[in-house]
Design a protein. Structure first.
Length: 116
């Protein structure tokens, strides 16, 4: 499975960005697509994930501000990020797995920078 993420960039605090990720290759009928991030100097952390059928898990840090969605016809996952804060700065990674938290594959990462 290959994952190609896009949509990162620089934005001021309070702004919005939308990340997209396309999965290709041997995609399982039931899978979990997700987004992790790595803030500067900190370990990677779960942002949000979504299973085939729409069940989601959202980090408490972004709940109410970020929305994860998927388009199974296109094998894509999206992360709509609103009310961005400086603490949201980091490299965002798209992930793919066949069960929760498996993260068998990772995308290349896309940088999100929020200025205060």
């Amino acid at each position: 499975v290959q994952l190609q993420a896009s949509g990162g960039g620089s934005v001021q605090s309070g702004g919005s960005l939308r990340l997209s990720c396309t999965a290709s290759g041997s995609i399982a009928r039931v899978n979990v697509l997700g987004w992790y991030r790595q803030p500067p100097g900190r370990p990677r952390e779960l942002v949000a994930s979504i299973r085939t059928g729409g069940t989601t898990e959202i980090s408490d840090d972004v709940k109410g501000r970020f929305t994860i969605s998927r388009d199974d016809a296109k094998n894509m996952v999206y992360l709509q990020m609103n009310s961005l804060m400086y603490s949201d700065t980091g490299v965002y990674y798209c992930t793919y797995g066949t069960r929760w938290y498996a993260n068998d594959y990772w995308g290349q990462g896309t940088q999100v920078t929020v200025s205060s």
